[in-house]
Structure formats: C-alpha cells, structure tokens
Design a binder for this molecule. Sequence first.
Ligand code: GDP
Length: 205
Amino acid sequence: MSESRFSKKGKFEIAMFGRSNVGKSSIVRELTGHKVRVGKRPGVTLKPTVVKRSDLVVTDHPGFGFMSGVKERKQDIVKDRIVRGIEKNSDEISLALLVIDAPSFVDVVGRWESRNEIPIDIEMFDFLAELEVDTIIVPNKMDKVENENEELDEIISRFGLLKPWTKWKYVVAPSSAKKGDLGVLKSLIRERLHDSKRDDLLKYL
Ligand code: GDP
C-alpha cells in the first residue's frame, strides 16, 4: 500500500460500516473512550459520527440495511449516501471496519441469497475491495457464539474467503464490544498504524 494514502492530510481515518444494531457505537466507545449513545433507535441519523483524537479520526457511518420503523425508501437513501461517500473519499480512508453481527450473520445471508439478492454487507465488502480500501471484517457479539471457529469459518466463506478463518487473521477481528473484548481488533489497528509510520497515534487506542 502506498504511503501517500496516509500522508495526504496527515490524518489516519478509520471508517466504520455495518448494519444497524451490530455494535458499531459500542466499538467506537471501547476503542476511543468516546461516549456515543449505544442502543439508539437505528437509522434515524444519516450523518456519520466523527471522533477525533489528534490525527486519528474514527467515522461511524449510519447503519445500513433493515431498520425497524424506517421506511424502505430511507434505507436506500442511507445506503446510496454511504456508497457515494466512499466513492468520493475512498483515498482518505486509511482503514475500513466492516462490523457484522456474528451470531446471526450466516442466517441473514442465507435469507438474502434465497431471494437471489446480494447481502448488503457482502456488497459493501466487495465495493471496498474494488476501491482498494484496506478492510477488516469485525464479527462482533462473539460472546453469543458457541462454536467460534466453525462460525468464523462459515462467516468468512460468505465473503468469498477460503476456510479456515485462521488464514485470514490479518483481516478478521472477532470481537465482543459488550465484554470489552476488542484485543484482536486493537492489535490489528496498531499494526496498521505502525506500518503507516504512525506510531505517534498508538497512544490513542
Ligand atoms: P450500532 O447500532 O451498530 O451502533 O449498535 P450498538 O452499539 O448501539 O449496539 C446495539 C446493541 O447490541 C446494544 O444493545 C448493545 O449493548 C449490544 N451489543 C453491542 N456489542 C455487543 C457484543 O459484543 N455482545 C453482545 N451480546 N451485545 C452487544
């Protein structure tokens, strides 16, 4: 990856994406100590929440996909805005986190595929890859998963990655924000900061 990607504006931007209710706000709070409201009514805001710690910027994009009480039309607007925003600013995103609900992910994907539709998370993953945005998949709520390795194997295969998931530890960070268990994710982010010669930002994580 080119260095210019990071040095452009002197900031290191971590962009978070995911469906509503997967735990994005909880992760931002755990990562940065910033008290964002958890469990808020999903999908009511279209603007990303931005948390800045010096040059480390975390942008939490609004949840896409199904949102209870929000009309389908608005869901499309949210998705389109996110997609257009990424297209326009992809070279400013140093790292994307695609957060998914680990316990329900495989079922949800199955339901979409049975309707011959591409699940929105997978569409987003492919889209980020196309734009060459470095992306980490964050299966969250791992505390609710029984057979972790089996579930993770199933999850990554839905993204088109070959099992076992342990081959993909550089891009998969099993997490439990609720339990404060973000060790794997934090070390992957630290590695990225180090690789981008931004050790000065390590202290903010
Ligand atoms: P967001 O809509 O993606 O920002 O999700 P939130 O952070 O608001 O979390 C949605 C719900 O999931 C809340 O009730 C959280 O307490 C819960 N939650 C978040 N992370 C975890 C986790 O790791 N495990 C479990 N069991 N629940 C979680």
